[in-house]
Design a binder for this molecule. Structure first.
Ligand SMILES: *Cc1c(COP(=O)(O)O)cnc(C)c1O
Length: 380
């Protein structure tokens, strides 16, 4: 990302990296047999911008797009996407009509939801089974009733059951016993569905981590979110040779540079007091932009050739970085995080500095930052 951008804080998204990651993942999962790729673009494409990411994913061969809400699914249609889209988180009383009309696959967890969806039908519906996450999906005790009802509605021509699926609790920890237990439970649910007369095209269980680390969980389709953005779904577990490329860089100009003296306190509450004379720089992005306040005195940013510590509390709009005795000027580029190839921190580094996961770092970045899209040479 060496091209100079506009002189303001911004998010730069490398769509060539997204395409590269989607292709790499698709190659990997199809190595042992045909497996379709769903690129998950919920939550504004994990902070990367839903529609541009969706287009890049389709261009790289994603068969499916996955989103949480009906609104997200409809926004994809409004942007011109006509391919298979699954959404999985509806609220009771949700208006399914527009999504059904738009050919979106909607997800049902219960008999009541199946009825609501059928009322807007004929609809494409996928049934989600809870195999042990204890989040959404039909509880094991209700599988027979929910699957039986889905089969009845399908025979009556009111829905088409296009998929059966579930979600893993610990796919980022491959040796966690929940993985085997959930996969076994999922296979039992599939057998039950078959006995009840369902013949769905798509059976799916794996998110990014399972798609990469657990071939037995790939079934017909994998749902890849975080890895499509080039971030590691299972730090310490994912093979490095996978070659995923982080797609997001957050950058800003230094808007002020000043000398402070030993003993001067920095930012609200003076949580950092200079123990030596030093130069500090002001970075125009704060917690309103999703820079975690927990990064105060913890994370670093790249400026003037190396990583430099954040000093004092991150404010709503800005924070202060310690430049030591090095030369830096107003307008110099600050990289908060990026792919790491220029020596800047990564979203993973930020996650470790503030005690969260890389998903949260990229998804919360935004606020007043604008997004700029690039196709970085070499990653296509
Ligand atoms: C968000 C989500 C995914 C994507 O998970 P990643 O770990 O980002 O690959 C897959 N499936 C469901 C149901 C999700 O909610």
């Amino acid at each position: 990302m060496t091209e100079p951008g506009p002189a303001r804080a911004e998010i730069v998204v490398d769509l060539a990296a997204v395409r590269h990651n989607v292709r790499r993942l698709a190659e990997l999962v199809a190595a042992d047999g045909p497996v379709q790729m769903m690129t998950v673009v919920k939550a504004d494409g994990y902070g990367h911008g839903m529609v541009p990411v969706a287009r890049a994913a389709r261009a790289a061969g994603a068969h499916w797009l996955g989103v949480a809400t009906l609104d997200e699914a409809l926004a994809l249609r409004e942007a011109g996407d006509t391919g298979p889209v699954l959404c999985w988180l509806a609220a009771p009383g949700e208006d399914y009509a527009a999504a059904v009309e738009a050919g979106i696959d909607v997800t049902a967890y219960s008999v009541a939801e199946l009825d609501e969806i059928a009322a807007a039908g004929p609809a494409r519906v996928q049934v989600k089974l809870d195999t042990g996450l204890s989040r959404g999906g039909a509880t094991r005790a209700d599988w027979e009733q929910v699957l039986g009802h889905a089969a009845d509605l399908e025979r009556a021509g009111r829905v088409q059951v296009t998929g059966l699926w579930s979600h893993l609790a610990a796919s980022d920890v491959p040796q966690h016993p929940a993985n085997d237990q959930q996969e076994k439970a999922f296979r039992e649910a599939l057998d039950l569905a078959e006995a009840l007369g369902l013949r769905p095209e798509m059976r799916h269980l794996a998110n990014s981590a399972a798609a990469i680390l657990r071939p037995s969980a790939r079934f017909d389709l994998v749902r890849c979110g975080i890895a499509s953005y080039g971030l590691d779904p299972a730090p310490g577990e994912t093979p490095a040779h996978l070659g995923l490329v982080p797609a997001m860089t957050v950058r800003a100009p230094l808007v002020m540079v000043k000398r402070i003296a030993r003993g001067d306190g920095v930012s609200y509450g003076h949580t950092w007091i200079a123990d030596h004379d030093t130069t500090v720089g002001l970075v125009p992005a704060g917690y309103a932009e999703g820079v975690p306040r927990a990064a105060s005195n913890e994370a670093s940013v790249w400026v003037a050739g190396k990583q430099r510590p954040i000093r004092g509390l991150v404010c709503m709009d800005q924070f202060v970085v310690d430049l030591g005795d090095d030369q830096a000027e107003v307008g110099d580029e600050v990289l908060l995080f990026g792919p790491g190839d220029r020596g800047e921190p990564t979203a993973q580094d930020w996650a470790e500095a503030v005690g969260t996961i890389n998903y949260e770092i990229v998804t919360r970045v935004g606020g007043r930052l604008r997004r700029r899209y690039v196709d970085r040479a070499g990653a296509a």
